[in-house]
Design a binder for this molecule. Structure first.
Ligand code: HAM
Length: 459
């Protein structure tokens, strides 16, 4: 039997009903906060991620699904490297396979491509590529889609997972740098979780300062690590040299006491960043969004500046972060784009669903009616009635005229219908239908003209 690949999974009903409810709720919310959807490709040039997320991060150094694209036409048949040959899909194919001549892809070596491990880099690339800065207003963009990281699978951690994310990005003159944007994003997230009915969340908040603060903080970490780093794990030893901030991401239990005693980022913020963070906090206080300051939370991606945050949930075990985000004021420039400060977040949709389910929240959308034709000749009449009812907003399922009445009742029960509507010759003739409520056994005759309203009463 061929099975789904480790770390990937099928999403099935009734879970998908909850996924859809979440997505419908967020799309409605995004519209109210004036966000519009962006869809970027699922794979990108590998460099996009190494230059934005950062070479020393876990994501880029260990977790990306990267392959070299097929050698292109005219390259003399350099081997089909990476995924293609390694996966048994016709390895060693003829020279020049892949993009045929005339596609404009001729010549050159294969390009390194990566399945997106996150979507902020793709959004900023699109912002630069389409010159969205020229529009002159803030871009408020959201996305919903799969992301890919080669992590060790466990509950709440998958190799293909789904993010619901949003980014606010634009020229400073459009207000992109204002702490009001940070507060607006955090208030929106609190509202979303409230509207979904989720209760057990905590907002963890921090500021990682600007580039200059980070440089000073990195130096302080380097100095503090020097006498102790030899006892730490191999990743920490490397990162203490290359990017000491990333030492704070270390999960090795033996290293934790050392990490706890390292200098704190708040001591290295300059006056402007300190003031900026104070303003964000004051606005959250004013709007009543509760938060906890967590100075250890530097996030696992290099592009962050100033405000960073995560929403955690107590029922999720080790993978407790339901969502994460923050500001990235220098990201566009680091990808050769214009100055375009921004802030955004990504919700781990898989984890959000787990948290909702842990709190007993489901997406109840029960079937209103099961339409049961009495005899094969009644099939066309039943289809017509079902069509009328469905067009009038009734959630209806349609039986089959070959079913005996008993089987129709069983099918209606299995389908979770509230009512069963019997469609026999007399009913069609008289334009009046027998409707039985399955839970109570109560039976009534309802005129065709009133039927949709009658069945929809439970909504
Ligand atoms: P991130 O913290 O890497 O940030 O991911 C955001 C969320 O995605 C996490 O809090 C988690 O819920 C979920 N997630 C991450 N990895 C996995 C996994 N392997 N399985 C299941 N869920 C996972 C970002 O991706 C940034 N792009 C967020 C952002 C947007 N920052 C600014 N704008």
């Amino acid at each position: 039997m061929i099975k789904a690949i480790r770390g990937t999974r099928d999403l099935l009903p009734p879970d998908t009903d909850l996924w859809n409810r979440v997505e419908a709720t967020v799309r409605d919310l995004f519209a109210r906060y004036s966000f519009h959807e962006i869809r970027t490709p699922v794979f990108e040039d590998t460099q996009l991620f190494s230059r934005s997320v950062g070479e020393d991060t876990d994501i880029v150094s260990k977790e990306m699904f990267t392959w070299e694209d097929r050698a292109r036409a005219g390259s003399g048949g350099a081997s089909d490297a990476g995924l293609t040959s390694g996966s048994g899909f016709g390895g060693g194919s003829a020279p020049g396979a892949g993009f045929a001549d005339g596609t404009g892809y001729g010549g050159g070596r294969g390009q390194s491509l990566t399945l997106r491990p996150e979507n902020t880099a793709g959004v900023v690339r699109a912002y630069i590529e389409h010159q969205l800065d020229k529009v002159g207003k803030l871009q408020k963009l959201y996305y919903i889609g799969p992301q890919f990281r080669r992590e060790r699978p466990q509950k709440g951690r998958y190799r293909q997972f789904y993010q619901i994310g949003a980014e606010i990005i634009g020229p400073s003159s459009a207000g992109s740098e204002s702490p009001a944007r940070d507060a607006e994003v955090l208030e929106m997230l609190a509202t979303l979780l409230d509207e979904l009915g989720l209760r057990g969340w905590t907002l963890q908040l921090n500021s990682v300062g600007c580039a200059a603060d980070r440089a000073r903080y990195n130096q302080a970490l380097r100095d503090a690590l020097k006498p102790v780093v030899a006892t730490m794990c191999a990743d920490c030893q490397r990162r203490a040299e290359t990017n000491p901030l990333r030492v704070l991401d270390c999960k090795v239990p033996e290293d934790q006491p050392i990490i706890e005693n390292l200098p704190k980022i708040s001591e290295y913020l300059d006056d402007a960043c300190r003031e900026n963070f104070a303003q964000v906090r004051a606005m959250l206080d004013a709007v009543g969004v509760p938060y906890t300051i967590n100075e250890r939370m530097v996030r696992g991606l290099d592009y962050y500046t100033r405000t960073t945050f995560e929403f955690t949930h107590g029922d999720l075990g080790a993978q407790s972060a339901v969502l994460g985000g923050g500001r990235y004021d220098g990201l566009s420039e680091s990808l050769d784009g214009p100055k375009a400060p921004g802030i955004g977040f990504a919700i781990g949709e898989d984890r959000l669903i787990l948290a909702l389910q842990a709190e007993g929240i489901t997406a109840d959308a029960p079937l209103d009616a099961y339409i049961a034709p009495l005899g094969e000749g009644m099939n066309p009449h039943a289809l017509k009635l079902a069509s009328e009812l469905r067009r009038a907003g009734v959630r209806a399922d349609l039986g089959d005229g070959t079913f005996r009445l008993k089987k129709s009742f069983e099918a209606a029960e299995k389908a979770g219908a509230k009512y069963i509507v019997i469609v026999g010759g007399n009913e069609v003739q008289s334009e009046t239908f027998t409707v039985k409520e399955l839970g109570t056994g109560k039976q009534e005759l309802v005129a065709r003209a009133n039927l949709a309203e009658y069945l929809r009463r439970s909504h």
